[in-house]
Design a protein around this ligand. Structure first.
Ligand SMILES: [Ca+2]
Ligand SMILES: [Ca+2]
Length: 270
């Protein structure tokens, strides 16, 4: 058992930096490392895999404008779709109720995109059209609840990080950075304007799989990552990363994004 300490990337409400320590059991042998499934069995019993696996790292494409303080593109380039004119298939799942620590009940809907095709800005708009917003997370309990909705491998895609390590990226959350934020970890905010009073970035040394990607998140990789998703880990895990907000855009070489999560403060009529 090893003890790893890290400086959390954020200030507590009292303004003090928080140092967290976690107990981890490090693999003693690389042979223990097992790549995540590069696909999944669909309801017809067929193995579906290719769309969830990218050879090599994601392409280095930085073509999307930065976001304003409301999470919209400063220069609108992404088509804002309505649910009935999405260019790709999607699956909306019955919202699940969760009682927040403050006693309120919120509802959480996962949207699954078999081939991606919806980027963060478009997902944000779809969530709003549905009467909710991209999920915002304020406690360990809420994060665990949300993660349990998206553990199925179909919600994740993998890219090849080298060294026999495949890194997974999961559904979008409602966190983003507006233009001018201090990179990589400054200026993160929720789409609702609620305080970011809880964070769950992926950090080196966490015991979240057999071998986690050796990066701390958010890392603003390629100076292009300003929105939040679950990832970058080698197994589905309840940690967050920053990703490009163009990720998932229909008909581009950017990696797919296989889903997002909508949160409702009132029970939706679905
Ligand atoms: Ca960034
Ligand atoms: Ca990242």
């Amino acid at each position: 058992m090893n003890k790893n300490c890290f400086l959390a990337t954020g200030a507590t409400l009292t303004g003090l930096l928080l140092t967290a320590c976690v107990e981890t059991t490090m693999p003693s042998d690389d042979s223990e490392h097992v790549n995540p499934p590069m696909g999944y069995e669909n309801e017809q019993g067929e193995w579906v895999g290719d769309d969830h696996h990218i050879e090599g790292p994601p392409p280095n494409i930085v073509v999307f404008p930065e976001l304003d303080i409301n999470g919209n593109e400063l220069k609108a380039v992404s088509t804002i779709y309505a649910w009935d004119n999405l260019p790709v298939n999607y699956e909306r799942n019955k919202p699940a109720a969760f009682k927040l620590p403050n006693g309120e009940t919120h509802w959480y809907e996962t949207v699954y995109l078999p081939k991606g095709g919806v980027n963060w800005v478009q997902a944000k708009a779809l969530a709003e059209q549905a009467g909710g917003h991209l999920v915002t997370v304020h406690s360990e309990e809420e994060n665990t609840f949300v993660f349990e909705l998206i553990t199925h491998p179909k919600y994740w895609y993998a890219f090849d990080h080298g060294d026999n390590l495949f890194v997974l990226s999961g559904p979008f959350l409602g966190g983003f950075q507006a233009e001018g934020a201090r990179e990589p970890d400054g200026g993160w905010q929720w789409v609702t304007g609620e305080p970011m009073d809880f964070i769950k970035w992926q950090k080196e040394g966490l015991d979240i799989g057999i071998k986690s990607k050796p990066d701390n998140q958010p890392n603003n990789s390629r100076d292009s990552q300003h929105v939040m998703a679950y990832g970058e880990v080698d197994v589905p895990a309840p940690y967050w990363t920053d990703v490009p907000h163009g990720m998932g855009t229909f008909d581009t070489p950017l990696p797919p994004a296989h889903g997002f999560i909508i949160e409702y403060s009132e029970q939706p009529s679905l």
